[in-house]
Write a protein that binds this ligand. Structure first.
Ligand code: DX5
Ligand code: ZN
Length: 242
């Protein structure tokens, strides 16, 4: 059987977690990734920060290229002017590549150009294009872009740092976007990123999020394996057949 396309696989897994790697023990990253694989996590989230769109700087293409194994690579670009940069991230094996609506004057063109690129891991897998919205950006900004994306991600914190608290008004935004996506003919995933914990993941999944990013609540320095299993089991009770 040919490999499931990335979008179809993510839809079948929904709701599921995409685990933020930057809060892992980066000096033991290989064993942290094995730990995630053991629990059944299928998607790894990489936060790319450029020191410009957000104050911090994190990792770039070589780091992402070094990530090997079966986890889908969900690359969240918090970078200004991604137009000239996305090709490098695709070349290093992103399966999902998310850009911010606030990050480029020509965001539609960025998405169009991503639409012409192929998944470097396996062209048959397809590349999932995501658009992310900061908490202060009206969801109406999505409407002209929906023909060019396979995923919409709502930031539930202001981007730039892990370990922040979930902004409660995100629930109303999830509801609005869920309705907007239901009206589309194409399948578009709904992601939520930031402030997800063991205490709120069930509510976020029940609200309609498909891909739920969680970082510091998994890699809490105490029980990452147990945390990841808890998140997956909680969401499996909400499983929505594709
Ligand atoms: C925010 C990032 C998030 C964040 C997730 O800038 O996009 O992915 O690091 O971390 P937690 O789960 O700790 O909020
Ligand atoms: Zn992120």
């Amino acid at each position: 059987m040919p490999p499931l396309q990335a979008l179809q696989l993510l839809r079948e897994l929904s709701p599921t977690v995409s685990v933020g790697l930057l809060t892992a023990d980066l000096l033991r990253l290989g064993s942290e990734i094995s730990l995630l694989e053991r629990t059944g996590v299928r998607v790894a989230h990489v936060d790319v920060m450029d020191g410009c769109f957000v104050p911090a700087m994190t990792v770039g293409p070589p780091w992402i290229k070094a990530l090997k194994g079966p986890l889908l690579k969900d690359v969240h670009l918090m970078v200004r002017d991604p137009i000239g940069k996305v090709a490098d991230y695709v070349a290093c094996g992103a399966d999902v590549i998310t850009v911010h609506v606030e990050a480029d004057l020509h965001i539609h063109r960025v998405l169009q150009s991503l639409g012409k690129m192929v998944n470097a891991n396996d062209p048959a897998r397809g590349l999932v294009r995501g658009i992310a919205l900061n908490p202060g950006t009206p969801v109406e900004a999505l409407e002209p872009l929906l023909d060019e994306v396979e995923m919409v991600t709502l930031l539930a914190v202001n981007p730039g740092w892990g370990g922040q608290s979930f902004i409660p008004s995100t629930f109303a935004r999830i509801e609005k976007v869920r309705r907007l996506l239901q009206q589309q003919k194409r399948d578009i995933l709904l992601g939520v990123d930031g402030g997800v914990t063991r205490a709120n993941i069930a509510e976020i999944g029940a609200a309609g999020a498909d891909i739920i990013v969680t970082g510091s609540a998994v890699f809490d320095g105490k029980a990452p394996e147990e945390n990841a299993r808890f998140m997956l089991e909680t969401l499996s009770r909400l499983h929505r057949p594709a």
